[in-house]
Design a protein around this ligand. Structure first.
Ligand code: SAM
Length: 283
C-alpha cells in the first residue's frame, strides 16, 4: 500500500538539498551538446500546490524554500535553484513547488529525454497530465526500481539516474543498494543521484557506508553531501536532515557545494544551532 504523498513535504529542506544537487548536475550535463536521458525512478506528481491542505498541514515548505524565496543575498547555485522555482511559479508569489520532473523539464533541451516512474495512481495521473504529452518524455505507472536495468545504459551513453524513494518501507533501503549496483554494472560512468533521509534508524545510519562500498566500481567515484537542520527529540523520532549520494559526480560538484552547504545549514536550521553540513568525496 502506498501511503506516502510528497505533497505534504514539497519544498522542505530535503527538497532544497536534492533539487539543488539535481540542478547542478543537469547544468553540468548541458555543457555538452550530446543529448542525455534522465531516469527518475520515484517521480512523484511533478509539481505541488503550496496553497492546499496538504502543504498547509505541516507548512514544511516555509522552513525550506520559503526561507530562500524573495531574497537577494543567495549564493549563486542557490540563486539558480530559486530562479527555477520562480520560473515554475510564473510570477512573484510562491504558490507552487516544482518536483524533480519539473526541475528536469525546465533544464532539458530538445535533444534530451526523460523517463518517469511513479506508482501512486493519483500522483501518476497528475504527472501524466502535466508532462505526458511533452516530446521525449515517457511517464510510466510501474516500479522505478525495476526500471533501472531496462533503462540503462541510455542510447546516447549519457544519462542521469535519480533514485528518490520515501523509505516508508524498510525494503527501500536494500532496493536502493541493488539499484545502484545494477546501474554501475550496466553504465559504469553514468551519474546516479540517491536521496537519503537522516533518521535515528539503523538502516538509515548504515546506508551511506553501504552506498560507498557499492559505488567502489564506479569510474568517477562518489560524493556524499549532508545537510542536518534539526536535533533529535528525546524519543529519537523525526527527520534530522537528509543527504544526497552521487555516483560519478561531475568534477565540479564538490567545489560548488562546499561553500554553499554551510550557508544553507545556517539558513535552514530549525532548532537553533543544529544546522551542520558535510561534503565527502571518494577522491
Ligand atoms: C519522495 S517521493 C518523490 C519526489 C520526487 N522525486 C521529487 O523530488 O519531486 C517518492 C515517490 O515514489 C513513489 N513510489 C513509491 N514506491 C515506488 C516504486 N517502487 N516505483 C515508483 N514510484 C514509487 C511514491 O508514490 C512517491 O510519490
Amino acid at each position: 500500500m502506498l501511503a506516502y504523498r510528497h505533497a505534504y513535504h514539497a519544498g522542505n529542506h530535503a527538497d532544497v538539498l536534492k533539487h539543488l544537487v539535481l540542478t547542478l548536475v543537469l547544468r553540468h550535463m548541458n555543457q555538452k551538446d550530446k543529448g542525455y536521458r534522465v531516469v527518475d525512478t520515484h517521480a512523484g506528481a511533478g509539481g505541488y500546490s503550496l496553497q492546499g491542505e496538504y502543504a498547509h498541514k505541516r507548512n514544511e515548505f516555509e522552513d525550506g524554500v520559503g526561507r530562500l524565496w524573495g531574497r537577494d543575498d543567495l549564493p549563486a547555485p542557490v540563486a539558480d535553484y530559486v530562479a527555477l522555482v520562480r520560473q515554475f511559479n510564473d510570477g512573484k508569489k510562491l504558490l507552487q513547488y516544482p518536483g524533480s520532473p519539473a526541475f528536469a523539464h525546465l533544464l532539458l533541451r530538445p535533444q534530451d529525454q526523460m523517463r518517469l516512474f511513479e506508482l501512486h495512481p493519483t500522483d501518476h495521473k497528475i504527472l501524466l497530465s502535466y508532462l505526458g504529452d511533452q516530446p521525449n518524455v515517457e511517464v510510466s505507472m510501474s516500479d522505478g526500481f525495476a526500471a533501472v536495468k531496462k533503462q540503462l545504459p541510455p542510447p546516447s551513453r549519457r544519462g542521469v539516474l535519480l533514485i528518490d524513494p520515501s523509505y516508508e518501507m524498510k525494503t527501500d533501503y536494500t532496493k536502493v543498494l541493488t539499484a545502484v549496483r545494477d546501474a554501475i554494472e550496466r553504465f559504469a560512468d553514468g551519474t546516479v543521484i540517491v536521496w537519503l533521509p537522516q533518521l535515528q534508524l539503523l538502516e538509515s545510519v548504515q546506508l551511506p557506508q553501504r552506498l560507498k562500498a557499492s559505488a567502489a566500481p564506479a569510474k568517477k567515484g562518489w560524493l556524499h553531501a549532508r545537510l542536518t537542520v534539526a536535533r533529535a527529540d528525546e524519543r529519537g523520532f523525526g527527520m534530522l536532515g537528509s543527504s544526497v549520494f552521487v555516483v560519478n559526480p561531475p568534477h565540479t560538484l564538490a567545489a560548488a557545494l562546499k561553500p554553499v552547504l554551510p550557508w544553507l545549514a545556517k539558513e535552514l536550521d530549525q532548532t537553533g544551532g543544529a544546522g551542520v553540513s558535510a561534503v565527502e568525496t571518494s577522491g
